[in-house]
Write a protein of this length. Structure first.
Lengths: 542, 579
């Protein structure tokens, strides 16, 4: 008898999702960049047991109506119909930067923010942004400069470097995939020179499955058509082994209730991810997608619905993994191919550029990073928001890899990050090899300098003397009485001195810092307040 | 070299040896855990196929069933046995290729319902009624579009021995327009017919007609690319969207195939966009496009180093003249190669094809004929190397297994043929509405939503078709379609109660003399006919044991249930994913 059960695996189908284009033509093929010797010498960073869940907001999330700069009069000028009002629209202001607020639908995320489990990275983007959905998505997935093309993705390259022997010639039963995506075709984010480093499934099978495999393949002659046959057999094998691991997972329920609004897909995908994590899957990267953010029209109703679903699902996911005891092992990151234009078009917004990005988890250093969006007409670029240089999305990738996903000496981790984002030799993903560490996660260094002033009255002056020898004086001004931290950070981003850590009154303050114990070098001093952070560079020389 | 080795009669022995006698072979063999021999190639470091001939030298080897099936599979959506027989009767490669490329009259419109646009009634002032009107029109459009998809799929399934529908699908994935942007079935139908009409015609004419196609004008904002002087004010709404894709995705590609330099500059795009202003889709029948001089920018443009008051024709002329036409010819021939040979183009062969296209003054037919008659095309490394697209898969299931997709009626829960005033569904009186289910299945489940590719680049194809998400589904669809007794109860709303009829005995008996063959011979005959690979002994053994139920090979009889299982066995093999 043939049972019909196997239909359940893979046959449950959602609506067609946009297949990510995987580079086919137009891209020159290239040889493998690294020699085996090189990889032996260079890469001694390794993987750890941390997990990253990536939530793709497909279509271009409107950042301004998500992290709302409600007190900026220009915001409402650009958005006569879509603009949200703090009182009338019940915005949820951010405790440590009340010039920004989440929408009222984002109560779950607001709670995570208040619980210090969420980082809001402002003005994330990249130079010469591309306003096309698919090209934009490709740029984000492949982590290239916008003028460059790659057919491998940042996750694929990282996983391939960490697992140089993958794919193995045999996939042992009970194995877990390195990366798992919910969707309809494998994202180019997961591709490496060695092929797809992850698997894609439509939905999580709910019960037993039967193999659709007729027989085990016998070795075939090594001519190319048979290699294509081997490709299919490999996919079949992956489906069987990984599919069986998924079916056999020990945890098949969730410890939180996920919203079922919208298509319900995001909730079911994140619930599935939480089950796999709770079951002890070693899968390092998960990718889920929420579609519908291309709000050219009807934004007033569509966008709040999307945010409500997003916020509720993320909150449920965080509660779920914490209840399963995995709260310290998992971080979640959102991304979207672009933000949307400040000036509304009447019923919606057109394609834009920079936008906020969220990183969520127990281990993040919570808060808003970066300035409020600069809305003044002369700050806009072709009518779109300027990105913040240190919030180039690849700095975020670099920080997430360096701080969260990798283990090893600083130098080795840096080297690995560099090879993932800035391959040399035959292919270059970017010219920039100097990635800024953002200190997104706890106990991690930061080399970011948040120099832009975003709160009227909050000012940090140049220190003097600079370069300093025995001592230097730092002046700053506060718009109101508030808690203030003034820290000195070395070039590795480690805080080496804390000059101020107290509540100070409104007005100007002058602090003299003893620098005799600090060695010659480049430093940064950073003023952190509830209204935001400001930092500048200084030099100590003896 | 003869790749055939397989059925030696030892199949059942092997099965017995691993204890398969009384259990389901489909299940048991899956449970052993064997090494994957070689991992195969992947999207990232794929290489062209190694072939003996790397140009368009005609094939002069023996004309046999293997070569014949190969060209038919590549040129059509599945090969019905009857068409294989007809093609065999033609006797030679040249006759078969000539037949495949024979000119045909254009199919007629599915019905008068495609002679209007679904536009909201602007005379309605009441906001609620306005909303209802809008929703009704949107719904109507959606159903009519499904019917257009269905109609095209019907063309594929009913196509005689001809390559045109395959070419049309190729072009719809090259000069891409997606319904999700257009939302007017009429424009999608006109666009589809434009592709069909030009599919084997003159590429340069095609490029011009494509550029002025109303759906294309909407899809890439050509209609918004305007320049006008109103009340003394200049409104210069230059939209570069189409100009960019015209060069990047439709004609030249980004890079020069010989030098690797960029084919055009941003300035070229802007200048071309200016030249392309003024084309507007007509809102009334016949829904062609017209050039509106008052919306055209009459300034002098400098494009590819040429200066003049250019319009669309001059831009196309200049694009096609680049490097004596080589860059456009190469880019297009690469697409043809990918569609008919292998997903990684062979640059040498494509180069020869490009020269041929230029020499034929942009006539496409001679290039396709030469390719399908080339030694390269019939190289044994080419045969079986192409992954079936979702429509290849659907075509091979329906046409090769002789599935009957009967009309459905209201009593089964499905929507009857004929006009449905509520839904607008099925207005052209589709004799086979079940097609819609399969066409939708290909789109929604397997990722090829006809006339609605995910973006202007189209479907990636190649390995992207088959992955851990789609392979189980591909097999599930095959499994369900080949059930006996028949049932196929899809979960799409329009397919409730849809029945797909598979008649296993008729299928087996389509092979002449099947009834008197040994179980080994029938296994060989059917797997040869429907797979591009010679099966290994284990596979053949399993199939043979299914059809014979373990009885002696010359003392067994064909029986519906077992033949159906046998058919499923074929369709579930990884080999069936390839052609």
């Amino acid at each position: 008898m043939i049972r019909r059960d196997f239909l359940k695996f893979g046959a449950k189908v959602g609506a067609a999702t946009t297949a990510l284009p995987i580079m086919l033509g137009g891209t020159p093929l290239r040889a493998l960049g690294r020699s085996p010797l090189e990889s032996l010498l260079a890469q001694s960073a390794t993987s750890n047991d941390k997990i990253l869940v990536i939530v793709q907001l497909a279509g271009g999330n409107d950042g301004l109506n998500c992290v709302v700069p409600h007190s900026d009069p220009l915001y409402k000028e650009y958005r006569p119909t879509l603009g949200l009002d703090k009182t009338a629209d019940g915005l949820l202001t951010l405790s440590d930067r009340d010039t920004l607020a989440f929408t009222k639908e984002m109560s779950g995320m607001h709670q995570l923010y208040g619980d210090k489990k969420m980082v809001v990275l402002q003005n994330v983007g990249y130079p010469s942004p591309d306003l096309s959905h698919f090209r934009g998505t490709d740029i984000w997935n492949t982590a290239t400069d916008s003028s460059r093309f790659a057919n491998t993705g940042w996750i694929g390259r990282m996983l391939s470097t960490l697992n140089p022997d993958y794919p193995p010639t045999t996939i042992p039963k009970g194995s877990f995939p390195l990366a798992l995506q919910f969707g309809s075709s494998l994202t180019n984010m997961f591709f490496s020179e060695n092929g797809g480093m992850g698997i894609v499934i439509n939905t999580l099978p709910e019960d037993d499955t039967e193999s659709t495999h007729l027989y085990d393949p016998i070795p075939s002659p090594a001519i190319i058509p048979y290699q294509e046959l081997e490709y299919v057999r490999t996919i079949e094998k992956e489906t069987e082994v990984y599919g069986q691991s998924i079916v056999d997972r020990s945890v098949t329920t969730n410890k939180a209730t996920y919203p079922t609004t919208g298509t319900g897909k995001l909730g079911s995908q994140l619930a599935g991810v939480a089950q796999l994590i709770a079951s002890g899957f070693t899968t390092k990267i998960y990718l889920v997608t929420q579609s519908g953010y291309d709000t050219h029209s009807n934004q007033e109703t569509d966008h709040p619905d999307l945010l409500s679903e997003l916020s509720g699902c993320i909150k449920a996911f965080q509660d779920d993994i914490e209840a399963s005891g995995f709260g310290d092992k998992v971080a979640l990151m959102t991304y979207s191919e672009f933000g949307r234009r400040p000036q509304e078009n009447g019923s919606g917004t057109d394609h834009g550029t920079a936008a906020p990005l969220f990183v969520i988890g127990n281990q993040v250093v919570a808060g808003v990073r970066g300035r409020n969006p600069l809305l003044a007409p002369d700050s806009l670029v072709n009518g779109n928001l300027a990105y913040e240089a240190q919030h180039d999305f690849r700095n975020i990738y670099a920080s997430v890899m360096y701080e969260w996903l990798l283990e090893g000496e600083d130098k080795d981790r840096e080297e690995l990050v560099k090879s993932v984002l800035t391959a040399s030799a035959s292919q270059t993903f970017s010219n920039n090899g100097d990635w800024t560490k953002l200190g997104i996660f706890k106990n991690q260094p930061s080399t970011a300098v948040y120099g832009d002033q975003f709160t009227p009255g909050l000012m940090l002056m140049e220190n003097y003397p600079n370069p300093a020898s025995q001592a230097t004086t730092i002046e700053f001004a506060l718009p109101e009485t508030m808690d203030v931290r003034l820290g000195i950070f070395n070039s590795q981003g480690i805080e080496v001195a804390r000059a101020v850590d107290e509540k100070l009154s409104i007005g100007t303050h002058r602090i003299t810092v003893n620098t005799t114990k600090l060695p010659t070098g480049n430093y940064m001093y950073r003023l952190a307040t509830p209204k935001g952070e400001v930092a500048k560079r200084m030099v100590i020389m003896r | 070299m003869d790749r055939r080795k397989f059925l030696t009669g030892t199949g059942t022995g092997i099965l017995a040896g691993i204890g398969l006698a009384s259990v389901n072979p489909l299940k048991v063999l899956a449970e052993s855990d064997r090494a994957i021999p070689g991992y195969g190639i992947n999207q990232a470091n794929a290489k062209p196929l190694p072939t003996l001939s790397n140009d368009l030298t005609p094939y002069t080897g023996p004309w046999n069933d293997v070569k014949l099936r190969h060209v038919l599979r590549r040129a059509m959506f599945g090969v019905p046995y009857s068409q294989f027989v007809t093609a065999k009767g033609l006797g030679s490669m040249n006759a078969v290729v000539a037949k495949l490329l024979e000119d045909k009259p254009m199919p007629t419109t599915p019905g008068p319902w495609l002679e209007k646009l679904n536009i909201v009634d602007r005379s309605i002032t009441d906001p609620d009624k306005k909303q209802i009107d809008l929703q009704n029109k949107q719904r109507l459009s959606r159903f009519e579009f499904l019917t257009v998809q269905d109609w095209w799929f019907d063309r594929m399934l009913k196509e005689e021995m001809n390559i045109r529908e395959k070419m049309t699908l190729m072009w719809s994935n090259h000069f891409v327009v997606g319904y999700d942007v257009i939302k007017q079935p009429t424009f999608m139908f006109i666009y589809n017919q434009m592709l069909r009409k030009n599919a084997l015609g003159n590429l340069k004419t095609f490029a011009y007609e494509m550029s002025t196609d109303p759906a294309m004008l909407y899809y890439l904002n050509g209609n918004q690319n305007t320049y006008q002087i109103k009340n003394g004010k200049t409104l210069n709404n230059i939209n570069e969207n189409f100009a960019r894709e015209l060069m990047e995705l439709f004609t030249l590609g980004i890079y020069d195939p010989k030098t690797g330099e960029k084919n055009y500059t941003e300035e070229d795009i802007q200048q071309a966009a200016k030249a392309l202003t003024g084309w507007q889709p007509m809102q009334t029948a016949p829904f062609a496009s017209q050039f509106v001089p008052t919306l055209h920018n009459n300034e002098t443009k400098t494009f590819f180093g040429q200066t003049g008051n250019f319009g669309l024709q001059e831009i196309i002329d200049n694009i096609f003249a680049k490097n004596g036409g080589y860059n456009v010819a190469y880019f297009i021939c690469e697409k043809i190669y990918i569609n008919f040979v292998y997903w990684v183009p062979n640059p040498t062969v494509v180069g020869v094809m490009a020269e041929k296209l230029i020499a034929s003054n942009w006539e496409l037919k001679p290039v396709v004929v030469s390719l399908l008659e080339s030694a390269h095309f019939y190289d044994e490394n080419v045969i079986g190397a192409q992954l079936k697209s979702p429509f290849d898969l659907m075509g091979s299931l329906v046409r090769e297994f002789g599935l009957v997709l009967p009309p459905v009626d209201a009593t089964t829960g499905a929507i009857p043929a004929g006009v449905d005033s509520n839904t607008g569904y099925n207005k052209y009186n589709d004799p086979n509405p079940t097609h819609t289910y399969l066409a939708q299945a290909a789109g929604m489940i397997l990722g090829q939503d006809l006339l609605n590719p995910p973006n202007v680049k189209g479907w990636a194809g190649g390995h992207a078709w088959v992955n851990t998400g789609t392979l189980p589904t591909r097999k599930s669809v095959a499994y369900a379609a080949l059930l006996y007794p028949n049932y196929f109860n899809g979960n799409a709303p329009r397919s409730k109660g849809v029945k797909i009829i598979f008649d296993p005995m008729s299928w087996a008996n389509s092979i002449p003399g099947a009834a008197s063959m040994t179980s080994v011979d029938i296994t060989n005959a059917l797997s040869d006919q429907y797979l591009s690979f010679d099966l290994g002994s284990i596979e053949s053994g399993v199939l043979e044991s299914v059809v014979s139920l373990g009885l002696p090979k010359d003392d067994f009889y064909l029986e519906n249930g077992r033949v159906a299982q046998f058919a499923q066995g074929i369709a579930l093999l990884p080999e069936f994913q390839l052609m």
